[in-house]
Design a protein around this ligand. Structure first.
Ligand SMILES: [Zn+2]
Length: 153
């Protein structure tokens, strides 16, 4: 089953949602069940789910719609110009969290293209963020960490 990229209006995360779950151009966010908008983009097979989530997690934190728009244009240009390992690495160096992935891909042109294609969709999604709603990060970590309260005297 094909998956469509969405952007959640509640948690601001780009996610892939099964096409069967899309009704009237909207879907439910797999993370928080909030209302998610469909991103105008191609669809993806289930095989791309994990990589999409890894990339989305790696690049989304603190992203604004304006920056995402610039990055979408940059990724589009790299794809259009046929990509190169140096252009790919220049782009990826922006996100230290993706270093392991970058290293694993190395000079594999086909893998670079797949990542760039997914990134262009993720940035197209993030470009739909509402103003003043930067992507929140580490929600779950904050929730699971008990707050240390200093004893009152
Ligand atoms: Zn959500």
């Amino acid at each position: 089953m094909p998956y469509l990229p969405t952007l959640c209006d509640h948690c601001s995360r780009p996610r892939l949602v099964p096409i069967a779950d899309v009704t009237d151009g909207a879907a439910r966010c797999p993370d928080c069940n909030g209302e998610a908008r469909i991103v105008p983009s191609r669809s993806y097979p289930a095989a791309d789910l994990d990589l999409f989530d890894e990339l989305s997690e790696g690049v989304s934190s603190g992203m604004s719609a304006a920056t995402a728009q610039q990055l979408a244009a940059r990724v589009g240009h790299i794809l259009w110009s046929g990509s190169s390992t140096s252009a790919f690495n220049d782009l990826m160096e922006r996100w230290p969290g993706l270093f392991t992935l970058q290293t694993a891909i190395g000079g594999n042109a086909q893998a670079q293209r797949r990542v760039l294609q997914l990134l262009s969709t993720i940035f197209a999604a993030l470009a739909m963020l509402r103003p003043g709603m930067p992507v929140s990060s580490h929600d779950q970590e904050e929730r699971s960490e008990p707050r240390t309260v200093a004893p009152s005297r």
